[in-house]
Design a protein around this ligand. Sequence first.
Ligand code: ATP
Ligand code: MG
Length: 466
Amino acid sequence: MVLELKDKILETLGKEADKTGYRIYVVGGYTRDFILGKKDTDIDIMVLGDATEFAHVAAKKFGTELNAVYKNFGTALLIINQNDFEYKIEFASARKESYNKNSRKPEVEFATLQEDISRRDFTINTLAVSLNSENFGELIDLYNGEEDIRHGIIKTPLDPLKTFDDDPLRIMRAIRFASKLNFKIEENTFNAVIKMKERLAESEVVSVERITDEFLQILMTPKPSIGLDLMFKTGVMAIVFPEISIMAGVDQRKDYHHKDVFYHTLQVVDNISQKTDNVWLRFAALVHDIAKPKTKKFVEGIGWTFHAHEEVGARMMKKIFQRMRLPLAQLPYIEKLIRLHLRPIPLAKDEVTDSAIRRLAADAGEDLEDLLTLCRADITSKNIAKVSKFFKNYEIVEKKIIEVQEKDKLRNFQSPVRGEEIMEYFKIPPSRAVGIIKKKIEEAILEGIIPNEYEDARRYMETLEL
Ligand code: ATP
Ligand code: MG
């Protein structure tokens, strides 16, 4: 089969390969996305022979230099801007060793196309398309990858147990691709995930950073609940993020039960993912109820309570950030959103004071909008009437915040009649009295007794007594 690759860059690369005697192929995500009808600007090029040498030649052809060279791994990166797109081209030598980029033995052993392809993680990632002119666009499909892409199936090209044993990160990758592409993990591969998951806990085999990176990528998929639920059902979540895993389940006591916190959370994460691509806001949605299992208590006559779960949850985050090697710069933001996530709800009531509103606005600071986005995503009731009432309440809160902010802006304003004028009119030197008159004018404007205009303020001043 011949694919009609559209990107001119690929033709240019192919012709350069012809001239210099290399054989090159486009592989990985680009070919997968092409079959799925999606444009991709991340291009993985496989080179038979020394990829870094060919990469230099290619960079020259485009009149630029390589952006990075990893001689040990036989890979190089070239970034090219063309037709309003930024193409990231990664050149890699066909090789025998595994695709673990942090692998301790980075020496590359050049290999054949077949050898390289068989080392790849999933059949959907095994397609190679030739770029040399002789057979430009020809699809090499050794493991029926095209069919699996069309059927939405994730499975390993070789024995899944061995594949996951060689590089346990592939367990996370399987789940990430399932979530991103909404594909199913084929049964044997799925069972191997369950069997091999403990390997993820061996940090000398796969680093925490790489696992966390995949985890955040799962959070960035359009519907993260697919990946998060797969992590839970396979037991991967219990290893990677146990605090999330134990949110699952519902306790029943007499006639009382509470919502399953895990599935409620997944719904919140999906909701917020429709509103934001900010991975940290999505992360906040994932962890906002993280202390519910810990604080859960059955109170006679009331039912289930989760007293102070927002505070306890916020305090749990530092350890989690350290353990998962999450960027500590994001910690205060996450702590803040967890801590404040219940605060906006009661502010919709009529009798709420300006100062309560002002305090929330001050505590949330520049993250107030994110906080309200989180609160809205937190509405997961199936009762349509309830949902619309809750949404309305947040509208009320938002309106109140704007009103208070407007008032505060006014409070910081200055009387349109200046101090010198007051001194001149009352024939007094600079003194406390000047300030008092000024304050009276400002109060009159704030109270709406007079408009915020010079003429009115002047006339009002003339009615005042020292
Ligand atoms: P994405 O759209 O996320 O970039 P991708 O398939 O291009 O998806 P990359 O991580 O960029 O994924 O890797 C490029 C290719 O390298 C993959 O398609 C796969 O064939 C191979 N690969 C990457 N990591 C591994 C791994 N850990 N084990 C085996 N093969 C891997
Ligand atoms: Mg890629």
